[in-house]
Design a protein around this ligand. Structure first.
Ligand SMILES: *Cc1c(COP(=O)(O)O)cnc(C)c1O
Length: 761
């Protein structure tokens, strides 16, 4: 009897074919957890702790089966019994532990860390309701809780407890672990997610994500990034961050002591990577814990400096956290005291250098500054981004610590983003270039087939099947019908002005006019958006409203709808992404140059055979370098132009708004049809913003964007050449494997023992 049959029989006393998908899910969960329990633990002396406010891990069942090497065995057995793994995975809730690129990066990294045989855990919080679940109603985004924790989750309760002391409370934490399995690797790591037992969803107002922000005991781990537009919201963010890092720091010390550390040598036992500034309070907390255990302040500071590294993810000033010292005093006075001492120490070393102060003239503590002074490494996440940090945003730090600065271009795990999300393409690659790429991420041998007509045709057939799969998925998930024979053109990412979803919307208006004028596209076009807007970010919600309203106008217009369809995918998450990306022909990466630190969506699309339409921003620059200008579509001002424009206040929106090709597009937002279907206040506010302020310069590159898009659609009509260029993109995606990224982190920053090392490039 097979392992699966055995489990099924024990649990339900019936054969596989008589079980429901939910029953099979439960059995597979148990089977995987038991297999995990049987794996050996890491025994190396030094261990990595990856601190992150989010881990956007996606559903885990099929990925765990893949990494444990039993995917095919289980899948085949299920098929033989009339079952499908894809259907069974419907029973799994996607964990609401993250929200965007930064959290997805942390998830890819955990997969690669484990696959490379590195001893390393992720440290975070066990949010009960995530960011929120996005629901569309009357063309508006509504936010409701996104519950995911059930009996059948991947969480394993751990018996560890820690005391976390705030000014007004002392909490006893609970800890949940989620096993992380490496591909072809037998040692597992864990996500360590801290929680508080007294937290309850009962305090949330029905149908909203509002709750009493001052009720810390009951709200602490309810939501990721709770609304911080008022004082109580700011304090709650500090409560969350400190709760995460205090637990994490205590865990590090305990585990190091267990492995034989005497604390003075702690930096030989642990290295901390801080993913963005949210976990930066781990620095003063670790100093506090070490001094409490009898080390001097200066000695503790040096230990912490030698074990902490910081990853910067943004140059957007709004996202660089600065906490008023008065807020820190209100929540964690002991930590505030240590931050003041760290600030004094640094000011004594660099007298008069105000640009690098931790506490500024307004009494605000800059978390990034603290992490740079009191860590040994700071990295950006794509080459261009790291250069901008050195030359512009953090140049005063680069002047004093040139050796701390380094670049680590982001990556994505090929296990999830091709093997799991696009099995047909993965199998095709196996048969063309041998399955070795699954371990090495080396796809270059595919280039040999770039002029092979049969291979090109096969790639197009795979793309078509993925479009069919997406069609079915969208039909069941939101009742939408898309044309599988259309060009699939996708922009999926957080809704933010700098990501310029407005530009693609304005292009759609252009296309709408064009079709009304009788210029019908040869192949129909489907443009898909996905992404959440922060609930308090009004203009971002206005953008969603505009796109949903526009989509309705097009659907209602029989002249246009056969040729153009616009879909806003509701509640974009990893599950949707795994259907969307393999089906895409066009990957929209149109941020305002200099503002997108790296992007990782761009890498997933490339790997899955979409052609990129992009500004020269973030990792797009490195993608363009690898595929060559003839296999990518770039447009727009470059980052240097944009940095200069900001420095000189050189952009004036009306200069662009009044242009003949632009004004009618922007004004369509206030057309009678839009106002009839839409919310006048939202549409007017958006129109006013774009035509007068346009802080992220959506209009500056619009004309060029329209021209390049037209060229791209025209080029699509040469099907063979298009597919040939998708092959070249796939073949050059190997560099963007997160195994390569993690290899770089380990070589330059962590210096941990590594059991697997077969990374190309
Ligand atoms: C990859 C990914 C992101 C990040 O996308 P970018 O285009 O890099 O911003 C966000 N959300 C999900 C669900 C993802 O899979």
């Amino acid at each position: 009897m097979s392992r699966l049959e055995n489990y099924v029989l024990k649990a339900y006393n019936k054969p596989i074919r008589e079980c429901s998908d939910a029953e099979l899910y439960r059995v597979l969960l148990d089977l995987v957890k038991d297999l995990g329990d049987g794996l050996p633990k890491h025994t190396t002396k030094k261990k990595l702790y990856y601190f992150s406010a989010e881990f956007l891990i996606g559903k885990l069942l099929s990925n765990n089966l893949l990494n444990l090497g039993i995917y095919d065995e289980v899948n085949n057995e299920l098929i033989a019994n009339g079952k499908s793994l894809l259907d069974i995975e419907e029973a799994e809730n996607e964990p609401s532990l993250g929200n965007g690129g930064l959290g997805r990066l942390a998830a890819c990294f955990m997969d690669s860390i484990t696959t490379l045989g590195i001893n390393g855990d992720g440290i975070g919080l066990n949010y009960h309701f995530g960011l929120f679940q996005q629901v569309f109603k009357h063309n508006n985004q509504l936010a409701v809780p996104d519950p995911w924790i059930t009996e059948e989750s991947w969480l394993n309760r751990n018996e560890r407890r820690y005391q976390v002391k705030f000014k007004d409370y002392t909490f006893t934490s609970t800890l949940y672990d989620i096993d992380v399995f490496g591909y072809h690797h037998d040692k597992r790591n864990r996500l360590r997610l801290f929680d508080l037992e007294s937290v309850t969803g009962d305090i949330i107002e029905e149908g909203t994500i509002h709750f009493d922000k001052s009720n810390i005991e009951e709200n602490l781990t309810l939501f990721l990034y709770p609304d911080d537009s008022d004082h109580a919201g700011n304090l709650l963010r500090i409560y969350q961050q400190y709760f995460m890092v205090s637990n994490g720091a205590q865990l590090i010390i305990d585990e190091a002591l267990d492995r034989g550390s005497n604390l003075r040598d702690l930096a030989d036992y642990a290295v901390i990577q801080i993913n963005d500034t949210h976990p930066a309070l781990v620095i003063p907390e670790m100093v506090r814990l070490l001094t409490e255990r009898g080390l001097s302040f200066d000695e503790s500071v040096e230990i912490v400096r030698n074990m902490t590294a910081f990853t910067n993810h943004t140059i957007l000033s709004e996202a660089l956290e600065k906490w008023p010292m008065s807020d820190l005093d209100e929540v964690i006075p002991e930590i505030a005291k240590i931050i003041r001492r760290l600030d004094e120490k640094m000011k004594a070393e660099f007298p008069g250098n105000h640009a690098v102060a931790i506490i500024d003239g307004h009494g605000r503590a800059h978390m990034a500054h603290m992490a740079i002074h009191y860590g040994f490494s700071i990295n950006g996440v794509a080459r261009l981004h790291s250069d901008i940090l050195k030359d512009t945003e953090l140049r005063h730090f680069y002047d004093i610590y040139p050796d701390k600065f380094n670049n680590k271009t982001n990556g994505i795990t090929f296990r999830r983003w091709i093997m799991d999300a696009n099995p047909e393409l993965a199998d095709t690659l196996d048969s063309l270039i041998s399955p070795e790429w699954r371990d090495t991420a080396d796809l270059k041998p595919l280039l040999e087939y770039k002029d092979d007509k049969a291979v090109i045709t096969k790639l197009r057939a795979v793309k078509f099947n993925n479009k069919l799969r997406l069609k079915k998925h969208l039909k069941t998930s939101q009742g939408v019908d898309i044309n599988e024979h259309s060009i699939i053109d996708i922009q999926i990412k957080r809704i933010h002005e700098y990501k310029r979803q407005q530009m693609l919307a304005l292009y759609i208006i252009h296309k709408y006019f064009d079709i009304k004028n009788g210029n019908v596209p040869k192949t129909p076009i489907t443009i898909l958006f996905g992404g959440k807007a922060a609930n308090a970010y009004t203009i971002a919600r206005d953008i969603i409203h505009m796109i949903l309203t526009l989509s309705q106008i097009i659907d209602n217009d029989p002249e246009v709808s056969p040729h153009l369809k616009v879909v806003f995918v509701e509640n974009y998450n990893v599950t949707h992404a795994q259907y969307l990306i393999p089906a895409a022909d066009i990957s929209e990466q149109i941020s305002l140059a200099s503002k997108e630190a790296s992007g990782t969506g761009n890498m997933k699309f490339m790997l899955n055979g979409a052609l990129t339409l992009c500004t020269m921003d973030g990792a797009n620059v490195e993608i363009a370098e690898r595929v060559g200008q003839e296999n990518i579509y770039t447009f727009g001002r470059d980052s240097q132009d944009i940095v200069n424009l900001y420095a000189t206040n050189g952009y004036n929106a009306p200069d662009y708004y009044y242009r003949d090709r632009i004004k009618p597009l922007v004004d369509f937002i206030l057309s009678p049809g839009m106002l009839y279907l839409g919310d006048e206040e939202r549409l007017r506010r958006l129109h006013h913003d774009i035509s007068t302020k346009d802080y992220f310069m959506a209009l500056i590159d619009l004309e060029e964007f329209i021209d390049v898009k037209e060229k791209m659609y025209a080029d699509y009509e040469d099907h063979d050449n298009w597919s040939r260029r998708t092959l070249i993109n796939i073949a050059n995606a190997g560099y963007f494997s997160s195994d390569r990224t993690i290899n770089d982190y380990n070589r330059d920053i962590w210096h941990l023992e590594q059991e697997h090392q077969d990374i190309k490039e």
